[in-house]
Design a protein around this ligand. Structure first.
Ligand code: EPU
Length: 418
């Protein structure tokens, strides 16, 4: 079993390089199935989730190979298998993102239902609603979804909630559909804009990404292209919070400050000093942070993927904060672990009331999901004595060598393989 061991509290100082965004790369890998030509993705971190997505596209008969350390080549010259098995979908829910590209490219797909996960039930009804509006014939049985469509037909799809995955899946499918597809109440996340930019480089015609209405005019075929995904705003936000919570001084390189506005605004409210330049952000804090309230919302609201990390900062703030989770119904699993470290948190429905204390105390804790694991790593950096985090595989799904990046900032953290 792999563990992260943090010896004692520390103050983070220095510069950290942010990697390309996992949540931008995953749909882009799926989108490469839309063409028989070669797609080259640059600066792709070898995250566990990215490797699962590579395996998923390979399972369709496509080639996905790494060149050097960080270049990923995908070529789906011919698609020979139409099934994404339970084993693959179970490993990573985002594997479901191949449904749109497969339906559009080869007209059929059999895919395991993803089921729930640690952060909630996470239905896929909005994805399916989109595909059936576009003429797909969908049947469900034995835990699988089968979908057929000779050629999808563009139509208007209204999403009841601006789901990131549904927007991406429908947007990809619409690129090869006949005529115009309009997605209303679409998700506006930067990862959607990045996917649209990749699809347009492939010869697609996607307009309005980044707003709540996306218009996609279908084309007959797409071509190969080369792309570098946007910087990971969640990895960046995690380091920003770690810097502020430890009273440090950290400069993040290779970021898009605009994407980090919701986090920046809250950290400023907490008293951190933030300096932005075109591609970097410096975060400084030299005293205990002020308490704040946050409510997670779709972009440009405060991201649900930052809620647990921000809660750790609230745990050591000088007063009472409230965190309300509105996007996922079960994203408070980190609370019990934070309590083991001395945090004072009460849950009232979808809100957590956090009474800040001067310092946390090191303990043995368990990462319950990816972002919860990141929150515990920050807690360990703010805790007196040693913290041991188990189930580190959750953290490795979305943070590349987190311990190395933190070590560079002076954190007494190491990875232990047992
Ligand atoms: N939802 C439905 N029906 C659907 C789809 C979603 O009711 O058909 C609900 C979900 O149950 C949830 C809400 O809508 O309550 C938001 O889900 P969304 O579809 O927006 O999320 P996702 O596409 O499954 C992506 C990220 C998540 C991130 C969310 C929200 C990827 C691969 N995953 O998930 O990232 O939390 O958007 O921003 O892009 C993470 O990186 O740790 C992570 C969980």
């Amino acid at each position: 079993m792999t563990k992260l061991m943090i010896e004692d509290r520390c103050i983070l100082n220095g510069t950290v390089e942010i990697s390309c965004a996992k949540n931008a790369i995953l749909p882009i890998i799926a989108a490469a199935l839309l063409t028989e030509e070669k797609c080259t993705l640059k600066d792709v971190p070898a995250l566990d989730d990215v490797e699962v997505m590579e395996a998923v596209v390979r399972s369709t008969g496509a080639h996905a190979v790494r060149e050097g350390q960080n270049q990923l080549i995908i070529q789906a010259e011919s698609i020979t298998d139409y099934e994404a098995t339970y084993e693959l979908i179970r490993k990573m829910r985002a594997s479901f993102l191949i449904m749109g590209p497969m339906l559009a490219r080869v007209g059929k797909v059999r895919i395991s239902l993803p089921g729930g996960c640690a952060i909630g039930t996470r239905p896929i009804d909005l994805h399916l609603k989109g595909f059936s509006t576009m003429g797909a014939n969908i049947t469900l049985g034995h835990g699988y979804i089968e979908a057929y469509a000779e050629r999808l037909k563009g139509d208007s799809v209204y999403l009841d909630f601006p789901s990131v995955g549904a927007t991406e899946n429908i947007m990809m499918a619409a690129c090869l559909a006949e005529g115009l597809t309009v997605i209303e109440n679409a998700a506006e996340e930067p990862e959607i804009v990045d996917l649209a930019s990749f699809l347009n480089k492939m010869g697609g015609n996607v307009k309005g990404a980044g707003t709540d209405t996306i218009r996609i005019e279908g084309v007959k075929a797409l071509k190969g292209t080369t792309h570098t995904a946007i910087p990971d705003r969640i990895e960046a936000g995690t380091f920003m919070i770690a810097a502020a919570a430890t009273g440090g001084d950290v400069t993040l390189q290779s970021v898009v400050p605009e994407h980090l506005k919701p986090v920046t605004a809250k950290l400023k409210e907490m008293g951190a000093e933030i300096t932005e330049s075109e591609k970097s952000i410096r975060v400084r804090a030299n005293e205990r942070l002020n308490p704040i309230d946050i409510k997670t919302m779709p972009y440009p609201g405060f991201p649900t993927d930052m809620q647990s990390q921000m809660m750790t900062a609230m745990c050591v703030a000088k007063g009472t904060s409230i965190a309300t989770e509105t996007v996922f119904e079960n994203r408070f699993m980190h609370i019990n672990e934070l309590k083991l470290m001395g945090a004072k948190i009460k849950v009232d429905g979808r809100s957590a009331i956090i009474e800040g204390c001067e310092k946390l105390s090191g303990a043995r804790v368990k990462a319950t999901d990816l972002r919860a694991g990141a929150a515990l790593a920050i807690a360990g950096l703010c805790a007196e004595g040693a913290t041991e985090i188990s189930d580190v595989y959750h953290i490795d799904r979305g943070y590349i060598t987190i311990e190395k990046k933190l070590q560079k900032l002076g954190a007494p953290i190491k990875r232990i393989e047992e």
